[in-house]
Write a protein that binds this ligand. Sequence first.
Ligand SMILES: NC(=O)c1ccc[n+]([C@@H]2O[C@H](COP(=O)([O-])OP(=O)(O)OC[C@H]3O[C@@H](n4cnc5c(N)ncnc54)[C@H](O)[C@@H]3O)[C@@H](O)[C@H]2O)c1
Ligand SMILES: [Fe+2]
Length: 404
Amino acid sequence: MPELPPFGLLRLPAEIRFGVGAAGTAAAVVERFGRRVLLCTDRILSATPAFRSLHAELEGRGHAVLVLDDVQAELPLGSVLAAAELARGFGPDVVVGYGGGSALDLAKLVALLVSHPRPVADFYGENRVPGPVLPVVAIPTTAGTGSEVTPVAVLSDPDRALKVGVSDPALIPRAAVVDPQLTVGAPPAVTAHSGIDAFVHAVESFTASGRFTEWPETLGVFVGRNRLSSGLALDAVRLVSGSLRTAVTDGSDLAARTDMALGSLYAGMAFGTAGTHLSHAIQYPVGTLTRTPHGLGTGLLLPFVLEACAPAIGAELVGIGTAMGLPDPSVPATLAAVRALVADIGIPGSLAELGMQRTDLPRVVELSLGVTRLVGNAPLPGSAELVTEIVTAAFEGRPARALA
Ligand SMILES: NC(=O)c1ccc[n+]([C@@H]2O[C@H](COP(=O)([O-])OP(=O)(O)OC[C@H]3O[C@@H](n4cnc5c(N)ncnc54)[C@H](O)[C@@H]3O)[C@@H](O)[C@H]2O)c1
Ligand SMILES: [Fe+2]
């Protein structure tokens, strides 16, 4: 096992409920935060019996409930501002995010903008939120982004070339209710993309640079891999690698869905302080250029990132292979197993297959290098050479050269 940094940091919701049936207790959790409840979800989920039953129970308990069910994919800025405006008119005590990462991130952004009515751009980046925000209760229906426990919300701003993130501990939901049963209806592509994203969160938080070697004066939002995040990340690797294939091929398998929900929760708990790195930095421009889902891009890129970074993370890769249950968890065996997992759930093997052109590569490299908070978290210095090697190998679909 690799040597772990001597210090640790976790920041989490005050309460996390996990397990089949937990969603049935969500109204009691929400109730603790006040009487006026804003429910953020989308139209697919607002029509499900589980959502209707939560809505009915809240009303039955005498709460004033407003349902905002037009969450849009990739969270365009205009839709976030419209939601915040509606929310201000309603005056919620608590905002509930019910859905995939998009719905959870919208709930966080609405809570932020109701509490601090300023342009969203004021909050882009790290640690820019001036104080507490309305309490958020997060109820994920995918496994997943881990957004139910993280300090991050991501949106699309037409003035920016890439999706933008607000990262601040103030955005961590006050409570998370994680019920694997809610993910059973997620279609195979959503299961594959959000599930492999959870795997990438786990692997990247375990391989992030161990910058946290002494207590700094002020702590960043992401501090790199650390003592408290590492065990959670490995448990997430074990759960997701063991059950993602089954969850994709048989969505009704509740045992696989349970492993995935727990794995994605652990991965979110880990990357909430450790942070992610190059697969995420490079997915930003790839997602914008090819209009492909977040998890499809991070999953496609992960094998190339690990191959290029292998000289710096040999012990970590062996640890990951061990967590994946490999009989011979060597570096090459782990790299092959990660590649197989990504391929088996239907993720394309190259950026060319997403419609990218070779002439797009320099721009992708330049924009990726601009995501400094993630590039700076990489296990090797995030140089132009390293990112160019990864992006070129990923474009061609051939193993990346290991760069020392
Ligand atoms: N805040 C964070 O920490 C964080 C981390 C990773 C990703 N993200 C963001 O999360 C978003 C992706 O989230 P996602 O992968 O969960 O997908 P999503 O929220 O965009 O949902 C994708 C689709 O799946 C449907 N869906 C979700 N759950 C379902 C269910 N149980 N049954 C049927 N349909 C269901 C939704 O209606 C939607 O149409 C991206 O915008 C990404 O940037 C945020
Ligand atoms: Fe992600």
